[in-house]
Design a protein around this ligand. Structure first.
Ligand SMILES: [Zn+2]
Length: 143
């Protein structure tokens, strides 16, 4: 859904004629779109770069389409690193979207109870750990 740009992001809701506050549900400082949430948003980028760091990788900021191209080029094969990155990418998409929805629908931001970037990273870390039988050799928490 995220790669196909089919998530009900605010830019899509506006295109469908639905009146919504179009600011990003995570950072509230930019227009919300798939490209913003998964490649431009400061909140999400802290989490994504923590994931890359945990895998011993680094990456220049990429637009969403270039990020997907990077994933398609680099997530081939069956090595442990590829498996970890696939799990981490899936966890990243899932937990970022979940946090965006929590902030929008539970109004936690008003109460200051938002989950931070570290918590998002730890959720991805937990997903990777539970799916790789606890193999921590490639995924080292930066915090
Ligand atoms: Zn944002």
């Amino acid at each position: 859904m995220a790669i196909l740009d089919r998530l009900p992001t605010k830019d899509r809701l506006v295109r469908f004629g639905i009146a919504v506050d179009s600011s990003c549900g995570l950072c509230r400082s930019s227009f919300e779109s798939r490209d913003h949430i998964f490649s431009d948003c400061a909140f999400a980028m802290v989490v994504w770069h923590a994931i890359l760091h945990a895998c011993g990788l680094s990456q220049e900021p990429l637009c969403c389409n270039d990020l997907v191209r990077w994933l398609l080029l680099n997530l081939k094969g069956k090595s442990l690193m590829v498996q970890v990155l696939k799990l981490a990418w899936s966890g990243f998409i899932y937990f970022i979207w979940e946090e965006r929805n929590h902030r929008l629908f539970r109004v936690l931001a008003v109460n200051g109870d938002d989950e931070g970037e570290e918590t998002m990273f730890l959720r991805v870390d937990s997903t990777v750990m539970s799916s790789t039988a606890g193999n921590r050799c490639l995924f080292q928490a930066p915090w």
